[in-house]
Design a protein around this ligand. Sequence first.
Ligand code: 5AD
Ligand code: SF4
Length: 471
Amino acid sequence: MVNFFSVYMVSGSKISLLIGKNKKKGDYFVSLQANMKKAYIETYGCQMNVNDTEVIFSILRQAGYARTEVMEEADLVMANTCSIRDNAEQRIWGRLDVFNQLRKKRPGLMVGIVGCMAERLKDKLLDTGKVDLVAGPDAYRSLPRLLEAIGPDSPQIDVLLSRDETYADITPVRTDKNGISAFISIMRGCNNVCSYCVVPYTRGAERSRDAHSIVREACDVYRKGYKEVTLLGQNVDSYLWKSATETVNFARLLAMVAAVAPDLRVRFATSHPKDISDEVIETMAAHPNICHHIHLPVQSGSSRMLEKMRRKYDREWYLERVAKIRSVMPDCGLTTDVIAGFCSETEEDHAQTLSLMEEVGFDWAFMFAYSDRPGTLANRTMQDDVPADEKNRRLNEIIALQNRKSLERYRAMIGKEVEVLVEGPSKRDPSQLCGRASNNMMCVFPAEGRRAGSYATVTVVDSTSATLICK
Ligand code: 5AD
Ligand code: SF4
């Protein structure tokens, strides 16, 4: 039985005093509940954005906002956005119309656009008259101030990029549902300036976060019951943090996080082929709780294209890195990103991409048609000259090849034993459980009394091109 005892008004906000009786134990409890405003955030794009949304919820909580998953009950509706390809932005424009409909029905509702698109389009978003708030990826600490200042005709904007903002001292409000796997940002921004990529313009220069604050966050999530952390950065291999007395590179950071607890799995993304070092590969092999999976975006198999993309490695370098990884960790999962139809790509360049994918045999790939992004080097200095239908034809060939390779890679696992971290019921068949093997392959297996968050050793008996069926 629970009773609201009384209600007070404190500095404009309502606070409820809740007095209840625990039926089972018979004792009474008292709890103070602030009637907080509610914030709803939709997240688009990469894992970095997922983690940024968790940082935003933490900042908003200080400003008196609780998180809701129901858009219709929110006082503040936001989209944390992605600019990486044109279609990502088109989706947001569509959502903005939906938010605006709601805003018309509910005067006082505030609508915000944050993240990469906020940074890139700034005033263009404000000019629509559909948004009250625009905040770039380094401006989330300003959110409480901006929200306070919003008025009927005074939308607020902060898109200043920073040289040192890493949100190191903010404890993200975890938004994942399973409570088992947590993202930890280890750096922000990117210094690479690949010619096709908008990220350096939306997320600014590279900054590495204090290594000890990363380890503290890993300890904290482990204490809360999490069993896996994924260290996030645009280019984790160039992580470098220096203090007066120590220098920590990515290999050293991996070892420090792996030492938090033997049953805390460590993953990371994304690696850059030009920067992934022998030291990182050997550190992975030396710690049983660092998962054997590397996401190593190749983008193209043609050295000529890689040069134009400013990737700073060529085909041979990439293949040598793959050979090194496999010689140290023969069981290492390898996934990649591929772009079809970059500026001036010929049939021969495309054939090189297919042959590299054939040769490496990736477990999985994210595959995209090249999308010209305003302001990038390619946009300013090259012709987006591969016709759309040709891009799509090449992309479809890449996808078909990868589907065949994925099936081969997954079927090659049949008969092997793998250790999985149980995540929870399988989406397709809730009577079964699912979890990932160290190499990142998704496994489905009978529950047999296993609990989410525990480790299980299972044998692969069958597979599709994206799931291992285990017993
Ligand atoms: N067009 C298509 N794909 C792109 N990517 C980045 N920029 C573009 C672009 N302009 C892809 C790359 C990158 C991934 C995150 O998105 O493959 O690795
Ligand atoms: Fe993430 Fe890149 Fe999209 Fe920005 S543009 S949200 S960094 S994927």
